[in-house]
Design a protein around this ligand. Structure first.
Ligand SMILES: *Cc1c(COP(=O)(O)O)cnc(C)c1O
Length: 474
């Protein structure tokens, strides 16, 4: 297929879509023009080409959508592509950009979940800068086990005999099932066959792990007899899954972990539990409802409990596995463990976070997730008043900036039915949609929430109102 180059008179005269798109000069031509730019000095050619290609694509899309206008002659179009490419090049900032999370969702998976405690941040920085004893026993000089970095802490906090750590809780569940139930059956209540966001579904993980799912009971009611009738020679495990992000209410019944563990002992079958959020301490001290605590589940008879490092624990993304020594030893010996293991940065952050739980009587102040969860509306009202003033000063006349009541959520499937009373700064404009206002704040890296055709900035996660002292005018 040959493509005819448009003459400049043709592009100037015709507004048809095809000629609009053809108005953007070829990549090679743009690349030559960009290479002459002082900003392109020292930049690899492959990268320049990528940036130019992207800039040309963006311009074509903008032309098509009517967001940019064809400026007739090729020179002007060339300049547009080069200008776009240069702006992309000089954006010398991290790929992961710091954002202001004012969504009201404390643990926002899309925004990176938990914010680390200061000691964890310091530990990551130190581990990043130097060689560390990741798998090295300082006493003997021999090779060590990377789990040892956090195992003592995890055992102390959970009351379990042994512990191991993988990349995330999904990986933890996969490893447990693959190690302890490969080719055999795992009995799960139909009320607990959950889907967590991001395509984690218990039946799918089960299938990929090589274990066979044996569903019992119904969505709303499962009884001890259902589990008992399911147990046979092929049963490897009884499994409980914490239905993190939804609740079954009404005519319901589930078998308590204690009872399931007793049944398991009768038949010599272990009970494992996927706890999800995995609080290490009782959250009722922050005025929150009781969320299952890992140590309680071990005490109630779970042979293995898996949970996330970056949900209620407030640490880095990780999947924590605690339980009986001989089972954990099997997990560690599985070749999959090698594929799912954590790196030194994660382990550094995790160890530092766990040590806060062990040492500090001010956990609620030191771990940001817990600190933010515990904030009261009175405090948030003061923050909101300050924030509203700063924001109003930075917006043109016509915007209405108010302090309103709001409700925030813990997020990431933790405490789904609980909303925490909160306070928001609500911004509206008679001639601008809430989505347009949201887009304007997004450009300033401030992420809020749109509802009831208003833009809301929830103050629960805002500790320093200076984050709003930015350019909000464009
Ligand atoms: C969140 C959750 C998972 C997935 O954990 P990640 O750490 O996000 O991989 C699995 N199971 C339950 C019950 C959860 O709540």
């Amino acid at each position: 297929m040959t493509r005819q180059r448009p003459s400049s008179t043709e592009t100037a005269a015709q507004g048809s879509r095809a000629s609009l798109l053809r108005a953007v000069p070829p990549v090679d031509e743009c690349l030559r023009a960009l290479a002459d730019s002082p900003r392109a000095r020292g930049v690899s050619r492959a990268y320049l080409k990528k940036v130019v290609q992207q800039a040309a694509d963006d311009l074509r899309a903008a032309l098509e959508a009517g967001r940019a206008r064809s400026q007739g002659d090729r020179h002007a179009m060339l300049a547009q592509v080069v200008h776009r490419a240069e702006s992309a090049l000089i954006a010398d900032e991290p790929a992961l950009k710091p954002l202001v999370n004012a969504t009201g969702v404390l643990l926002h998976t899309n925004l990176g979940r938990a914010i680390l405690a200061e000691p964890a941040i310091e530990a990551v920085e130190q581990a990043a800068r130097a060689a560390v004893n990741l798998e090295f026993n300082l006493q003997t000089g021999e090779r060590g086990d990377r789990d040892a970095i956090v195992e003592t802490e995890l055992c102390a906090l959970s009351g379990a005999e042994a512990a191991t750590v993988v990349n995330n809780n999904a990986a933890a569940v996969l490893l447990v099932l693959n190690t302890l139930a490969l080719g055999r059956e795992v009995v799960v209540s139909r009320g607990e066959l959950i889907e967590i966001g991001g395509s984690f579904r218990i039946p799918d993980v089960m299938l990929r792990s090589g274990a066979r799912l044996h569903e019992v009971g119904t969505t709303n009611r499962t009884h001890r007899a259902d589990y008992r009738n399911a147990i046979g020679p092929d049963t490897a495990l009884l499994m409980k899954v914490h239905p993190s992000n939804y609740q079954i209410v009404g005519f319901t019944s589930e078998v308590a972990l204690q009872d399931l563990a007793a049944l398991g002992r009768e038949y010599g079958v272990d009970v494992v539990e996927d706890l999800g959020a995995g609080a290490l301490i009782d959250l009722t001290q922050f005025g929150l409802p009781h969320e299952p605590v890992v140590a309680e589940r071990i005490a109630a008879g779970a042979a293995i409990v898996t949970f996330s490092g970056d949900k209620l624990l407030g640490g880095p993304q990780a999947g924590l596995i605690v339980g009986r020594r001989e089972l954990v030893a099997k997990l560690k010996a599985n070749p999959l463990k090698r594929a799912l293991r954590c790196d030194k940065l994660t382990l550094a952050a995790l160890a530092a976070t766990l040590r806060i739980y062990l040492r500090s009587d001010e956990i609620g102040d030191t771990v940001p997730t817990l600190r933010l969860m515990g904030r009261k509306p009175a405090e948030l009202r003061t923050v909101a008043a300050q924030a509203a003033q700063i924001i109003a000063e930075r917006l043109e006349a016509g915007f209405k900036v108010e302090v309103t009541e709001a409700t925030s959520q813990v997020g990431s499937g933790s405490l789904p039915a609980e909303s925490l009373p909160s306070v928001a700064v609500t911004i509206t404009h008679p001639d601008m949609s809430a989505n347009a206002i949201a887009a304007r704040f997004r450009r300033a890296r401030i992420i809020g929430r749109v509802s009831a055709d208003a833009f809301h900035l929830d103050m629960r996660t805002i500790e320093d109102t200076a984050v709003f002292a930015v350019d909000l005018k464009s």
